[in-house]
Design a protein around this ligand. Structure first.
Ligand SMILES: *Cc1c(COP(=O)(O)O)cnc(C)c1O
Length: 248
């Protein structure tokens, strides 16, 4: 069975988030960063432990896993105020499965107009009356073929589409994964800087207040650095729950 001390892991990460946020320059500070605990491949018992230690936001990136965990009797019974983030690649034919998640809080990975349009169309069948689904637009800041997300130069078009054509969606911000293993002795992570400049462009061209457009960036390896660069939403798995064993 798992020997990992989730409570301790969570406390350490929360402390580091707080420390890092003190180093965020004033002009990039808008709200305390949110921790999304990423639980892919981890058992529901660990989710319950983290929930009982006070954590509310959880992220999953496989549709089937989100479906199973969010409907699990233990989660439904013990984690009534859990807030699920979907953070994986979403195909149009899986939309309904994600939208059927009890307590779905956000879909962080909108990567096309088609996906946005379909989420917009389907949400009223699933969500509370007159509610909006929180979404983020995913940007492939590292231009890696295996990562999904739009190119940085498409960000104005897609965010404008969500704002103007998708009344059932609420644009919460922008999200990136970025290159793994970046060495910050080389200076600020270029993926995080790119996401920030995408936000600046969106806000300038669409007349939005930058404080209303969140940045989801930073994982176990780099969340503190991401916060110092203005991240408002970090997605952390390994640093809380320990290493993942490879999926078969
Ligand atoms: C797995 C995953 C994370 C968390 O990764 P860790 O390195 O375990 O913190 C964050 N974001 C996304 C999109 C992921 O798939």
């Amino acid at each position: 069975m798992s020997e990992i001390d989730v409570k301790l892991g969570l406390r350490k990460v929360l402390e580091r988030i707080e420390q890092a946020s003190l180093k965020t320059p004033q002009e990039l500070r808008c709200k305390p960063p949110r921790l999304v605990a990423v639980t892919k491949t981890k058992p529901v018992e660990l989710i319950v432990q983290a929930y009982e230690a006070g954590q509310r936001h959880f992220g999953e990136n496989y549709v089937q896993e989100l479906e199973e965990k969010s409907h699990h009797p233990l989660i439904l019974e013990k984690c009534k105020e859990i807030k699920w983030h979907f953070i994986g690649h979403l195909q149009t034919n899986k939309i309904n499965k994600v939208l059927a998640t009890p307590n779905l809080y956000m879909v962080e990975t909108v990567h096309s107009q088609k996906l946005a349009a379909n989420l917009n169309k389907s949400w009223p069948k699933f969500g509370p009356l007159d509610s909006k689904l929180n979404v983020m637009v995913q940007i492939n800041t590292s231009a890696e073929e295996e990562k999904s997300g739009i190119e940085p130069n498409e960000v104005v078009d897609l965010t404008k589409f969500v704002l103007n054509e998708c009344p059932n969606l609420h644009l919460e911000g922008l999200m990136t994964i970025g290159k793994f293993g970046y060495d910050i002795s080389n200076g600020p992570n270029p993926d995080f800087l790119t996401l920030r400049s995408c936000r600046d462009r969106v806000c300038r061209e669409l007349g939005l207040d930058w404080k209303t457009v969140e940045l989801s960036m930073g994982m176990s390896d780099g969340y503190e650095h991401a916060i110092e660069l203005g991240s408002t939403n970090v997605r952390v798995g390994t640093a809380i729950f320990g290493e993942r064993t490879k999926k078969q």
